[in-house]
Design a protein around this ligand. Sequence first.
Ligand SMILES: [Ca+2]
Length: 360
Amino acid sequence: MNHRALRVCAALLGLAACRTVALGAQVSARRVDPGACPNLTDPSIQWAASVRGFSNQYNNAGWSARQALGRPDVFPRHGDIAGTWSTLSSGSSDWIDLSFAAPTFAGEVWVFETYGVGGLYRVTAIEANGAPTPLWSTTPVRGRGTAGQLVMPVVPARPLAGVRLEVSASAAGGYVQIDAVAAVPPNAACLGGPKPLSGVAASGRLTPAEYSASPIPGSAVWARGVASFTTQYGTSSWAAQQIVGPPTVFPAHGDRPGAWAPRSTANLEDAIVVEFPTTWARQIWVFETYGVGGLFQIFDVSGGARTLLWSATPAVVSASEARVLRVDLPAARPISALRLVVAPAAVQSYPELDAVALVP
Ligand SMILES: [Ca+2]
């Protein structure tokens, strides 16, 4: 398999680092028991929405390929139960290709196995551009007697158009049946995904009109410096330094000089670390003037800490208006540095950040 390589950048505690990631590097997936992941009803989860193809199906009704779409309807039950895609026989090796409704920014892929659990041995990601990339593989084993949820990290997190599953009924010792498949954004991840600080409330993104009715208080402390960044679009007009100080673009919207812009709309992830005089902050305000919605994580990285304060699924919020994200913290905390993470590829644009402030 010829793995595609992708340049990915990360800002780590003041050190901006870029590395080349081979998409297709094997990840460690885990089969977890029913109930181990509490987020099954999270509305940001995208369930497989259409069947692109399959090698076989047991029949054209209760055990057809279409039964792998949507939310689980057999899981957490285990057994030869209608409502799943089933292999043609108890001795066949089969595959199925499933698509999500639209390329979905995924930090994990979940597969719900309800019979012949152990027979699923390979999962291939279908990238947003249609290219297949190996995600996980193992040796198929004899089926176990309970349903399983296979949880696979997607590294780096990125938009996926679909997945291909390969199963071996002969290895499992009986029919293999798959109930449902999901693309899960990082904020709803089951394993390993960072969990935001509890009690944090986002106001949503204020429109310029909403902002003018309820503007930032005069006590706001604006970012005074940039500690690091992954990329910048040039060294002047869209440089990282353009995020320092009060807004200069807002309330205007557009690809306008005066805001930090990452280098490429194809980057999966970019980040900037901004510095403040230490402030006991109760709120964080971020002014997004282009690629609005591409901002998806805010970390407190003061003094070597790394606490996820806020997380969302990156998606286009507005293509015509600027927005102000206001995050309300459950209690004042001393902040001297924030790491803001954007996903250009998820919004197919330059997420441009005009200004960031702490409000005591
Ligand atoms: Ca099903």
